[in-house]
Design a binder for this molecule. Structure first.
Ligand code: PGA
Length: 257
């Protein structure tokens, strides 16, 4: 299976979100073999989008979640609220949360814990800044992010684990990672997640994110190590997103996935 996730970030209001959701639904309507397609709209439109997508295979995700179940946490949205509004997935520790809003590994770990203990499937986002890659420390940096979020957690064995590897310098820059670096990092992440959690390898899914578009998606998705892509900018342009989903369909057909 391949996973195509579209992170809309803070871009669309209600009308635009509904229109784009309808267009995304049309992409896979009638297709027999499809990747898992999930969109991550803003909190304010989740309910409207859920209604639109009620009978579609497109899944719904949120861009962040609270550390706690309920209480005096002004401005936060809990995992049960996200379940309530129809979300299946939630992003945790996206690089914009970490870098623009100063969320450190400790806070990300708390958010991840609350999501993994809910019925949602969290996608733990990790990735190194440019200086760490240039210093040859990409592996160490990402390992620390993974360890911080996953150690000490009791995760039910049947739960699928998702990590998005998104090198910070590749996000929104038109400079995606080299396939060879991506494959290396995905292998490293998968074996580390397996060793920390004792999960079966086939329950661990690693997505790549960072300047994915309709032209480069196939070259990433055809790699066995790349279970899918987390798409930002290109998920807002329906032709681009369609091209990425079609690339996944082609790979799944060619590789009989
Ligand atoms: P991008 O963003 O595709 O625009 O690089 C990816 C992300 O932030 O998840």
């Amino acid at each position: 299976m391949k996973y195509i996730f579209g992170n809309w970030k803070m871009n669309l209001g209600i009308r635009e979100s509904i229109a784009l959701s309808r267009a995304v639904m049309r992409i896979i309507r009638g297709e027999e073999k499809t990747p898992v397609v999930t969109i991550f709209p803003s909190f304010t439109v989740l309910n409207d989008v859920r209604k639109i997508m009620a009978r579609s295979r497109v899944k719904l995700g949120a861009q962040n979640c609270a550390t706690d179940k309920k209480g005096a946490f002004t401005g936060e949205i809990s995992c049960s609220m996200l379940e309530d509004v129809g979300c299946d997935y939630v992003l945790v520790g996206h690089s914009e949360r970490r870098n623009v809003f100063n969320e450190n590994n400790e806070l990300v770990a708390k958010r991840y814990k609350s999501a993994i203990e809910s019925r949602l499937t969290p996608i733990l986002c990790v990735g190194e800044p440019k200086n760490e890659r240039e210093a040859g420390n990409a592996q160490g940096y990402v390992s620390e992010q993974l360890l911080s979020a996953l150690k000490d957690l009791k995760i039910p064995k049947q739960k699928d684990l998702f990590v998005a590897y998104e090198p910070i310098w590749a996000i929104g820059s038109n400079r995606s990672a080299l396939v060879s670096d991506m494959v290396f990092m995905h292998d490293m992440i998968r074996s580390l997640v397996v060793s920390i959690t004792d999960h079966q390898e086939n329950k661990v899914h690693i997505l790549y994110g960072g300047s994915v578009d309709s032209k480069n998606a196939y070259s990433f998705l055809r790699e066995a190590q790349v279970d899918g892509v987390l798409v930002g900018g290109a998920s807002l342009k329906i032709r681009e997103f369609e091209g990425i989903v079609q690339s996944a369909i082609e790979v799944m057909t060619a590789q009989e996935l």
